[in-house]
Design a protein around this ligand. Sequence first.
Ligand code: F6P
Length: 341
Amino acid sequence: MRVGVLTGGGDCPGLNAVIRAVVRKGVSRYGFEFVGFRDGWRGPLEGDTKPLDIQAVRGILPRGGTILGSSRTNPLKIEGGVDRVRSNLATLGVDALIAIGGEDTLGVATALHQDGLKVIGVPKTIDNDLNATDYTFGFDTAVNIATEAIDRLHTTAESHHRVLIVEVMGRHAGWIALHSGMAGGANVILIPEVQFDIDQVCAYVESRFRTNYSPIIVVAEGATPKEGTMVLAAGELDAFGHVRLGGIGDMLAKEIEKRTGKEARTTVLGHIQRGGTPTAFDRWLATRFGLHAVDAVNDGDWGKMVALRRTDVVRVELSDATTELKLVSPELYEEAAVFFG
Ligand code: F6P
């Protein structure tokens, strides 16, 4: 069996750990051969490959990024894209594909599986917003990076009596903001699931200053104000139709300064949250996902995605995994709100 492997969408720490586990177990237990596709779906679309054997995966377990490269190429949006993928796989003698990605990459995997291709999915995203799995790898690393940043910002905020805003990633879901904000003792956490009231945010800021502490606000990049309360700038779209986010932190800072007269500054963590070495948890989870994905290939259990349920790795239908996002519930957000202000 010749198995293709690709990593698509925004990269995240742990991708290399999956690739390593897939190759190590696939070669040693099942005698598979592997073909690495470069840059997500662009690889199979253009027949762009790189060798993927035991030697190629030596030493990559703690390395961030992906040795295969990534992109947001969407073959479903390219005329004849699916046929090109199919014909390139046939020419290269690739029997099956392991696609490692988030909702977009796995959405393409689902469509290709429905079109008859032999595909297994592995969930990744620092956003942790894939519904079928309790956790995605990359998330824990991002939360730890954001928490360390919040810890550092507390001390400088106190020295200067400033409002410090930390903008974290999270397009549709506020998991990174919620976990890092709770772990870092933020005074306000703003997430995409709950539109915020700028008057309330300013009231929290003022109450924090009254107790002689400086407020730290953690805001997810996808958070939005209640309609008509603040003007937001629009961004450009990518191949999957997503707006390029970023900027809510600065908009908040201006509004808070205007309304409270307190100095407010923003730190945008951006891609720092996605770079560098994965935490031990993410290496562990990514490795287990890789081991189970290659088992699914050996079983011919096509159209499945590996997922973490409690501490078990199970297989779920790819189509179920990509239909709905996992969002922060109002109950969880309420837990964090005890510490606001
Ligand atoms: O989906 C993961 C993610 O990091 C989101 O949190 C973020 O909105 C997006 O990717 C950023 O994408 P890019 O790296 O293409 O700017």
